[in-house]
Design a protein around this ligand. Structure first.
Ligand code: CP
Length: 318
């Protein structure tokens, strides 16, 4: 594998799941796969799970790891070509990216949507520049429109907990005080559409995701109706995608906060969230602390999804 930015890079997801469960049985079985290979993790945005789980996965494979927080200690980067650099950004990414590539074998990049320009975000300008100019395999640690390491971990978790071959999975919008990107819901939808699960998306009107991510999902504006008979509830906030509302908050309606009354109409569903989660905005204390909450095993599977991806990228090195 040469890059990992979406579900399609992984090929057959059943094969990838098999690899994930083999790694889960013995995380150190591939420690001799490579010697002296270096992972560079570049963060333009904060992280807890991605940072720790990816670093742990790399260590399981015997890799060296360098972590660079671009906003803490690195030079501020100019990203636009043709700019007269007389402002506060002393370095251009057209030099910075190939320089980073000199010091490592594989690069992971976290770069969220900026909400300044929808086209810029949805063209994935930042991660694509790393792919184009670094000379190294690049993988997404959450880009502007997708978070595939999270979605792969979500899929592994659903496979572990499902009680029927074709569970009903419901992704629900929930309120949040700040505008959040669509990367996690886009990506989750993309991965769910790659399975044969029954997949439903529920959100208030105005929060429609891009049609290519919604795919074959059923969109249901009545949250309680969507939850009926669900086996998994995947809660997440996202800001508006459509038209002039891109990146805007249209509602903070706490009737959408996932509570015990919502979970009561499900098929004793498991509760999932990628974390970090705002308690009593996204989900009530009672639900997230209930035995049906699987947010911690879900986070634990981030190590496994990262390890499958890193192993594939290492195998693809020339
Ligand atoms: N879910 C997730 O990506 O968590 P972090 O933002 O803490 O990495």
């Amino acid at each position: 594998m040469k890059q990992f930015t979406d579900v399609h890079d992984l090929g057959d997801i059943q094969v990838a799941l098999k690899e994930a469960f083999e790694i889960k049985k013995d995380r150190f079985k591939d420690i001799e796969l490579v010697k002296n290979k270096t992972l560079m993790m570049i963060f333009f945005n904060s992280s807890l799970r991605t940072r720790l789980s990816t670093q742990k996965a790399a260590t399981n494979l015997g890799m060296n790891v360098i972590v660079l927080d671009m906003n803490q200690g690195a030079w501020q980067l100019e990203t636009e070509r043709g700019v007269i650099m007389d402002g506060d950004k002393p370095e251009h990414l057209l030099e910075a990216i190939p320089v980073i590539g000199c010091y490592c074998d594989i690069i992971g990049v976290r770069s969220f949507a900026r909400f300044e320009n929808k086209e810029y975000d949805y063209n994935e300008v930042v991660i694509n520049q790393f792919i184009q100019y670094s000379g190294r395999p690049v993988f997404s640690m959450e880009a502007a429109t997708r978070h595939p390491l999270q979605s792969f971990a979500d899929l592994i978790t659903i496979e572990e907990y499902k009680k029927t071959a074709r569970p009903k999975v419901v992704m629900s919008w929930a309120p949040h005080p700040h505008p959040l990107p669509q990367a996690v819901p886009n990506s989750f939808a993309e991965w769910m559409n790659a399975t044969d699960y029954e997949f439903v998306i529920t959100h208030p009107e105005g929060y429609e995701l891009a049609p290519n991510f919604v795919g074959n999902a059923r969109v249901e504006y009545d949250q309680m109706k969507a939850f009926e008979g669900a086996d998994f509830i995947y809660a997440k906030n996202w800001s508006a995608y459509t038209g002039d509302n891109y990146g805007q908050i249209l509602s903070k309606d706490r009737a959408w906060t996932v509570g015990t009354e919502h979970m009561a109409v499900t098929n004793n569903a498991y509760f999932m969230h990628c974390l970090p989660v705002r308690r009593n905005m996204i989900v009530t204390d009672d639900v997230i602390e209930s035995p049906q909450s699987i947010v911690i095993p879900e986070a634990a599977n981030r190590e496994i999804s990262a390890q499958v991806v890193l192993k594939r990228l290492l195998e693809g090195l020339e």
